[in-house]
Design a protein around this ligand. Sequence first.
Ligand code: FHN
Length: 421
Amino acid sequence: GGISSFSLAQEKYTPSKENLENRQWFRDAKFGMFIHWGIYSMLADGEWVLTNKNLNEEEYQKLADGFYPSKFNADEWVRTAKDAGMKYICFTSRHHDGFSMFDTKQSDYNVVKATPFKRDVIKELAEACQKHGLKLFLYYSHIDWHRPDYYPWGRTGRNTGRTPSGTWEDYLKFMDAQLTELLTNYGSIGGIWFDGWWDKPDADWQLERQYTLVHRLQPGCLIGNNHHKAPFEGEDFQMFERDLPGQNKAGYSADAEISTLPLESCETMNNTWGYNINDRNFKSTKQLIHTLVGASGNNANLLLNVGPRPGGDFPEGSVTRLKEIGEWMKTYGETLYGTRAGIVPHQPWGVTTQKDNKLYVHILNLDKTELLLPITGKKVKSIARFKDKTPVKYKKTKEGILLQLEEIPADIDHVIEIVWR
Ligand code: FHN
């Protein structure tokens, strides 16, 4: 009823014990896989193809008739993520095109009802994640370019030829019902990754009601919302799109103050989230590792995106990079997992991470052999190269610890391990 839900919504959110434990797990996890996959993948032109190419929405729906990803193998996806050193997966349960990639009773426009494939992708992913010990997060779009009750239309998706009908409350109820399914039918969900609030920032989203529902169904479920602002009440982590916290390189996060919540940066491997056959502009493995290390050094996880092909397999450019990152993580993962940003904040040469009595100095860009760490008043037990434990020469100066390396660092990440007494 109106009055009780109103008073509920006014209460300040107190995260549950499970939620706080999950946040801790999240801060330790450091690395996850974002997956953008839907019927848009068939057009191989990114997940925005419906509106970017001015397609007619009714025509677009017919894509579902041809969706038969014979190479889809949830187990293989999850194993690929795990082998890359990732601890969780975040999958697009429903993107802006409004097509649900799971068995939902709320609309027939879903992978089980509308495609010849008929399989519940989220069920298979949930089982594979369970089997391999990864957590499953679900991306959930606030925007909907399909439903007539997503009205007044937002900034995007106005050109698809829809006629409005129904009420905004219908739309909110639809989302509540879908979230209830997602948080009831697939076991424990690590988090819900909302996106699209920014399409209609002035709409009455009733986020408190939505967040309360999520936390009532699964108190441990972490809520994040890609609204590019400082976190709203009820959220459990803060994300930065294509950015390390505070950098605002992508231009989205100008007014996103960095909160004390767990942080996550998401990034593409090439330039698009959903599969795009013409986008071969892949970042190098080295660049991707630098982003991962940079994220850890800024207290953020990296959620690295893959846009699977229409047939259900990962693009080769993604697979090779994930393998190489996984190799690197076998050796260096220890310097990231479970760490927090180190006492030396982000530097032009790299970052630091720390755990217990160890400081990991990640040298990413240095064209000399001397490096001054502005750390004073700490007692050094040992300083060594992480990979082979070769001692590193150093001097203690008034300004700090001056490392004297044997040569200019040439590895992807030259990690020095300092152990304090
Ligand atoms: O519009 C979406 C986009 O398709 C993609 O899902 C990204 C992922 O962070 N979020 C939105 C853009 O901010």
